[in-house]
Ligand binder design. Structure first.
Ligand code: HEM
Length: 222
């Protein structure tokens, strides 16, 4: 892995740190779901129906952590076969994450304080959008459309990393307000996290296209 630059290691470290609570601490729920003693505070919905949440935690962690590796330009340049193999795993994991998120949204009996109509609707729309973007990214790469592939996968990744931004906003609220947001406030906070991530992804995509377009203009200028 000598070809990975310092800047890329720093990017990976940042993403791992940012995703730590949902993607790594989330895995601590698995022993409880397999009938072992609980490590984290219990989630009654998970105890009643452990299948979707177990698949969700595993799929989400792989998508967010292995997905970060896929963004490294040097990996794509020096190990294209690894990028392709990992890409198939990450795409499948992303679909599992989104579809099980959808499954729990519609099948778990949430108290209104934890999932109101707003969050219910947002979860349905965004989990379907995440699957659609992953499928779009796969079709784009089959047609050798690199720009569309990158834009679609970045949009899917932004939706998935909504879980990390939700955790960050949650922690900030706990520090400043001292209580857990519930009801409509919670729904709005969760949706704000997705809006922030989608906004950042759109800026990155438009900057990348802008840079490429201006490079193309410069190189075509006589
Ligand atoms: C569109 C994407 C997603 C949707 C719609 C979604 C939806 C859900 C839902 C409905 C639950 C059940 C919550 C509960 O019972 O209180 C859940 C749990 C969970 N999600 Fe997601 N999720 C998504 C993406 C992610 C991602 C990408 C991660 C990780 C990086 C993640 C991490 C978790 C964890 C760790 C739990 C278990 C929480 C617990 O232990 O109580 N989710 N998710």
């Amino acid at each position: 892995m000598h070809f990975i630059s310092r800047c890329e290691w720093a990017f990976l470290a940042l993403v791992f740190l940012y995703s730590f609570i949902p993607a790594v601490v989330g895995l601590f729920r698995i022993p409880e779901l397999l009938g072992m003693p609980a490590i984290v505070p219990p989630n009654p919905r998970a105890v009643i129906d452990p299948v979707p949440i177990t698949l969700h935690i595993l799929g989400s962690s792989v998508f967010c952590l292995a997905g970060a590796v896929q963004f490294l330009p040097s990996l794509r340049r020096h190990r294209p076969a690894l990028h392709r193999t990992l890409g198939r795993i990450v795409a499948a994991a992303g679909c599992v994450s989104a579809l099980t998120g959808l499954w729990m949204t519609v099948s778990y009996a949430f108290p209104a304080a934890l999932q109101g109509t707003l969050l219910y609707g947002a979860r349905i729309v965004l989990s379907l959008a995440m699957v659609a973007f992953i499928a779009w990214a796969v079709v784009a790469i089959w047609s050798r459309n690199l720009a569309a592939h990158r834009a679609a996968i970045l949009r899917a990744y932004a939706i998935a990393q909504g879980a990390s931004t939700q955790t960050a906003l949650f922690l900030i609220t706990m520090i400043f307000v001292g209580t857990e947001p519930l009801g409509v406030a919670r729904d709005l906070m969760m949706m704000a996290a997705w809006a922030i991530n989608i906004g950042v992804a759109e800026v990155l995509i438009h900057r990348a296209f802008g840079t490429r377009r201006s490079r193309a203009t410069i190189s075509s200028t006589p």
